[in-house]
Design a protein around this ligand. Structure first.
Ligand code: HEC
Length: 277
């Protein structure tokens, strides 16, 4: 009896599974495939090679310094970098005194020692990078209703982060004529900007960086392409400042494990040497 009930229950569930599979398959086949402008015109990030790539990757501190300068002179007008403190800049090769001077060039929120009112004061190395807007309402009001996201973890938050940032900065263009022909309703709305690397093709950030906008002390090229690579490299660092250290500790651990494996094997052979396998 129990066996019979078991069989019936089994048949019921397998039947159920078959029915759902069949229904799923037919809806998949019969549903018309709607193509949208995003499907057809969205592009994957361009290739970008950075010194920090791969298991032997390390940071190119000259490039990070240039990327920091681009952030400071251009992106910081709209984007915060809230997980980074000024003292972290020592990792980019700046001395303690340089970091102190650098921090003092930024205004951070403070309190008036006499009246207790909110005010601003020059930054200290222990301060974090200040937010460009007082709050989200102010950020939206200044940016066509979009909030410029914090950039500290951007290189991790987006797929292929560094290459994405690089592609986005260099990807602004006129909306292609064939896009408008195929999808007339997908015309870039007023106040937005066409960029095929952005998921829905139109974003509220106007092209922020152009050729020769920033000058570098090391005489490195300052065309749009190079500067976009520099700021992308900088954002890899802000997202994972300990990357180089992780790579450095990783290798001794791997070598240690290999030696340990060999030793264990030899010990095993030694212990069982008089036994027939
Ligand atoms: C004038 C203000 C402004 C400046 C300057 C600016 N941005 Fe933006 N940025 C925005 C706004 C607004 C958004 C949100 C766009 C949206 O969601 O449509 C944004 C979005 C982004 C995004 C996220 C895109 C996504 O996938 O969500 C990245 C990355 C970015 N900016 C990088 C930069 C970098 C790097 C710089 C400096 C070279 C910079 N931005 C300068 C306003 C600005």
């Amino acid at each position: 009896m129990v066996r019979l009930i078991g069989i019936l229950v089994g048949i019921f569930f397998s039947g159920w599974l078959l029915v759902t599979l069949a229904v799923g398959f037919f809806t998949w086949v019969s549903e018309p495939k709607v193509e949208t402008a995003e499907h057809v015109f969205h592009e994957h990030p361009k290739e970008l090679n950075l010194a920090s790539d791969g298991v032997f990757g390390h940071f190119d501190t000259q490039q990070l310094q240039r990327g920091y300068k681009v952030y400071k002179e251009v992106c910081s007008a709209c984007h915060s970098l809230r997980h980074v403190a000024f003292r972290d800049l020592e990792q980019l090769g700046y001395s303690e005194a340089q970091v102190k001077a650098e921090a003092a060039m930024w205004q951070v929120p403070g309190i008036d020692p006499v009246t207790g009112e909110a005010t601003t004061r020059p930054g200290l190395p222990t301060d974090y990078f200040p937010k460009p807007y007082a709050n989200d309402v102010a950020a939206r009001a200044a940016n066509n209703n979009a909030i410029p996201p914090d950039l500290s973890l951007m290189a991790k938050a987006r797929h292929d982060g560094a290459a994405y940032v690089y592609s986005l900065l260099t990807g602004y263009q006129e909306q292609p004529a064939d896009l408008l022909e195929e999808f007339p309703e997908a015309k870039t709305p007023d106040g937005l900007h066409y960029n095929p690397y952005f998921a829905n093709l139109n974003l509220a950030m106007a092209q922020p960086l152009i050729d020769a906008q920033v000058d570098f002390d090391d005489g490195a090229p300052n065309d749009l392409d190079s500067m976009s690579q520099d700021v992308a490299a900088f954002l890899v660092w802000t997202a994972e400042p300990t990357l180089a250290k992780r790579h450095q500790t990783g290798w001794p651990v791997v070598i240690f494990l290999i030696i340990l494996t060999v030793l264990s094997y030899l010990a095993y052979r030694n212990v069982w040497r008089n036994e027939k396998h």
